[in-house]
Design a protein around this ligand. Structure first.
Ligand SMILES: [Zn+2]
Length: 493
């Protein structure tokens, strides 16, 4: 029976760039077999050596996770859609409606702060709405929200929460505003380039609403400081861009009993949900383990449509305000997928995993751990570097000028090649490098490069593992180093 498999953006490079592939199958497992027999490279990313689906890949038939149906034997019928949903930057408790409505963030008998006449004027469009009203607006004033990150997601989020009159906003960030942030991080302006993000964000938020108390924490969120920070706030909003911090935020929220308003973005696709262990699943119930380092590219590597964090951040702001107001239908037990390119919104059901290591029935994680190690970030790059030969841009230029017989392979994407190239380089994107191995002359020395040196190291590693015998050398710092050291006319991006 013909069914459609949707391929998520990070994996499309392994499926000839396609977003949807139609296959003939009667079960989900059969469909995935069909898919990966045509696209062998994809198989390595979806399945482990034991031939089972990897932990950071979830497969849905329509809106149901196949882990909660018949797994690979889940039947599919004509017209069904199979979604592959990898974690981007676990079960089976049914939603307990009574639990969802219990224990509001601002308790019913709390003494709420009064609004001044000026505040009444400012919030009038809220006050005349029965869903907010005077009590709701005073709840917002009584509430505190901690935002992790003041970047793409944090920008609209912070601005809307400040405008809405959330009483106390905490900002955690240690980055500095860069010119390449301004395409999406609308809380910062051109004049702020070079300033700490939290200083720039504070100025903007205080200008939007001087009634909001802004607390800045110019620090990296770590296992050492997360619990003490989280305890001081009612709601935590995750606007991070990396897996170690995402798992840290999740675990600290579970341990501190706080709702975690989640959002993530990549290119033109986004995800949003509310993870709240007391009422539903946590992030680990959805993705027990992170993907191996480097498999899922970051926004810095893969790019992001500038308005997408605006959409996802505004959804996070909406859910945060609803949690504070005690709205009945918050996004617990649901994962929203947004495809801005086709402008489609899709919703998947989530369930709490009773075996979840942090929020399950018998948790094994009872305090915060080393998240860099958990995400495999500390060991792997070192292992790769020890055996890899490198060349600097200056050395490469000298050897080329000397007439040495060197071929240059560029493993970036075609649209990056359009922005800037090293002369006489041949483009073979990373996802095609194994299939096109025969295009690389093994009798010549080969310098492999990308933007910064990371993807080219992966390409060399993959080629060597696949038995390529020629000499491969990594260009340290990639085309960026070439621009810095050799030819400043090559644009940096
Ligand atoms: Zn969990």
């Amino acid at each position: 029976m013909p069914v459609t498999i949707t391929i998520p953006t990070p994996l499309r490079q392994f499926a000839a760039g396609q977003s949807e592939i139609e296959v003939e199958a009667t079960t989900a497992g059969e469909a995935l077999d069909q898919l990966t027999s045509v696209h062998a490279e994809l198989r390595r990313h979806l399945f482990n050596d034991q031939n089972t689906l990897r932990n950071f890949v979830n497969v849905y038939v329509n809106d149901e996770d196949i882990r909660h149906t018949d797994g690979p034997n889940t039947p599919v019928k004509e017209g069904d859609t199979i979604l592959i949903v990898p974690s981007i930057a676990g079960g089976s408790a049914v939603l307990d409606q009574t639990a969802t409505e219990s224990k509001p963030i601002i308790s019913a008998d709390a003494i709420l702060p009064m609004l001044s006449n000026e505040e009444v004027g400012r919030y009038s469009r809220h006050l005349i709405m029965p869903e907010v009203g005077m009590t709701g607006q005073r709840k917002l004033k009584a509430a505190s929200v901690l935002m992790i990150g003041t970047g793409g997601l944090g920008a609209p989020l912070g601005m809307y929460l400040a405008a809405a009159g959330v009483g106390r906003l905490g900002l955690v960030d240690f980055d500095v505003v860069e010119a390449s942030n301004l395409q999406r991080q609308i809380i910062h302006g051109t004049k702020d380039v070079g300033r700490p993000k939290i200083a720039s964000a504070r100025d903007r938020l205080e200008d939007i609403n001087p009634h909001v108390e802004i607390e800045t924490h110019e620090t990296r969120l770590t296992s050492a400081n997360a619990m003490s920070l989280f305890r001081n706030y009612d709601v935590i909003v995750d606007g991070t861009d990396n897996f170690p911090t995402r798992y840290l935020v999740n675990d600290a929220c579970v341990l501190a009993g706080k709702p975690n308003v989640y959002g993530s973005i990549f290119r033109f696709e986004g995800q949003a949900s509310v993870f709240w262990a007391e009422r539903g699943p946590c992030y680990r119930c959805l993705y027990p383990e992170p993907p191996p380092p480097g498999l899922v590219p970051s926004c810095a590597e893969g790019g992001v449509l500038g308005v997408l964090p605006g959409i996802i951040g505004a959804i996070q702001a909406t859910e945060t305000i609803k949690i504070i107001l005690g709205a009945p239908d918050i996004m617990v037990n649901r994962l929203l997928l947004v495809d801005a390119w086709r402008m489609r919104f899709r919703e998947l059901k989530l369930r709490k995993n009773p075996d979840c290591p942090v929020c399950g029935d018998n948790p094994t994680i009872k305090e915060l751990i080393d998240y860099e190690e958990f995400c495999g970030i500390t060991q792997q790059p070192q292992a790769a570097q020890t055996t890899m030969e490198e060349i600097t841009a200056t050395e490469l230029k000298a050897r080329l000028d000397n007439g040495d017989n060197i071929q240059i392979i560029d493993v970036r994407e075609p649209n990056e090649y359009e922005i800037a190239q090293i002369p006489n380089s041949k483009l073979i994107p990373l996802g095609q490098v194994l299939n096109r191995m025969n295009e690389i002359d093994a009798d010549r020395e080969t310098v492999v490069h990308c933007k910064m040196g990371g993807r080219s190291a992966k390409a060399i590693d993959a080629l060597q593992r696949s038995g390529f015998t020629g000499k491969l050398i990594n260009l340290a710092g990639g085309i960026t180093a070439w621009s810095n050291e050799v030819d400043p006319s090559v644009p940096k991006y």
